[in-house]
Design a protein around this ligand. Structure first.
Ligand SMILES: Cc1cc2nc3c(=O)[nH]c(=O)nc-3n(C[C@H](O)[C@H](O)[C@H](O)COP(=O)(O)OP(=O)(O)OC[C@H]3O[C@@H](n4cnc5c(N)ncnc54)[C@H](O)[C@@H]3O)c2cc1C
Length: 239
């Protein structure tokens, strides 16, 4: 993971309440080491890159400091892709165009328990959720990362159980670590809310497993934050 902190007066009043809100990074095209951003169309919002489509990728807004006007974004680095390439070359003083945030619905705080599952791309949202869960909440959290070196530290409430799963050399999106973890987990009694994000087929399989175990689809949010072999992918799984 690589954290980039953005700073600037345009961040004043940045509103992001839901833990899985997202922003669009509108990435500069870099030619001969010179970055250029797309022009904005007349509405001032839609990038119209003079013929070439703008390159946009979704990211979770991390910590926002309203006094310092800084916004953290955590990039899960992988082999290829313009967002990853940008993060790897990022230097102080460079600019980024940011659209959004797009809000997500707020999950009530009075479920009997919560289940959070995902890979590195879900970790920024899971981190936000862990910071905002009420202290008395029961939460089971499973996060798949490359290795123990990629674990982050969170201060956890008494009834939150966080389990790290390590790929240990296997490629992201090609393991069934989260499925195995879910299969051996007894879900708590009562009504729970399940939030899943990461590689899309994994998210879909986890959702099916939960529904098969009697969890109401209404209380599952399963999102494909990326898809093997597809660029800039986003999907939400339902029945
Ligand atoms: C709502 C939402 C919030 C998100 N929040 C975050 C966030 O906070 N942090 C974060 O890191 N990501 C986040 N993502 C995921 C991120 O948008 C994707 O991983 C995106 O594809 C990265 O763009 P890229 O330009 O690096 O790669 P792309 O050009 O999109 O993809 C290039 C290749 O890389 C593969 N690929 C993409 N992502 C991964 C990955 N994680 N591991 C391995 N291979 C991959 C693709 O399958 C493709 O083959 C979020 C996605 C959504 C929809």
């Amino acid at each position: 993971m690589l954290r980039v902190t953005f700073h600037g007066p345009d961040l004043a009043g940045f509103p992001s309440v839901g833990f899985d809100d997202h922003i669009k990074l509108i990435l500069p095209r870099i030619e001969n080491d010179i970055p250029s951003f797309p022009d904005l169309s007349a509405d001032g919002r839609t990038p119209s890159a003079g013929g070439a489509p703008a390159i946009m990728r979704d990211y979770t807004p991390g910590h926002f400091d309203p006094d310092a006007l800084t916004l953290d974004v955590d990039f899960a680095l992988h082999e290829a892709g313009p967002a990853t390439a940008w993060a790897l070359q990022a230097q102080p003083g460079q600019e980024m165009m940011i659209g959004g945030p797009k809000g997500s619905f707020l999950i009530p705080d009075d479920f009997d328990w919560y289940l959070l599952m995902g890979d590195e791309t879900a970790l920024p949202a899971i981190g936000r959720r862990l910071r905002t869960l009420p202290p008395q909440a029961t939460a089971l959290v499973f996060v798949e990362v490359a290795s123990s070196a990629d674990e982050l530290s969170f201060s956890l409430h008494r009834r939150t159980q966080l389990t790290w799963l390590h790929r240990d050399g296997r490629a992201a999106g090609e393991t069934d670590l989260l499925e195995q973890a879910l299969a051996r987990t007894d879900l708590p009694e009562g009504e729970g809310y399940c939030w899943i994000a990461g590689e899309t087929l994994t998210a879909k399989r986890l959702r099916h497993m939960l529904v098969a175990r009697g969890q109401s689809g209404q209380w599952i949010r399963a999102s494909g934050y990326w898809k093997r072999g597809a660029a800039g992918f986003h999907d939400s799984h339902a029945d």
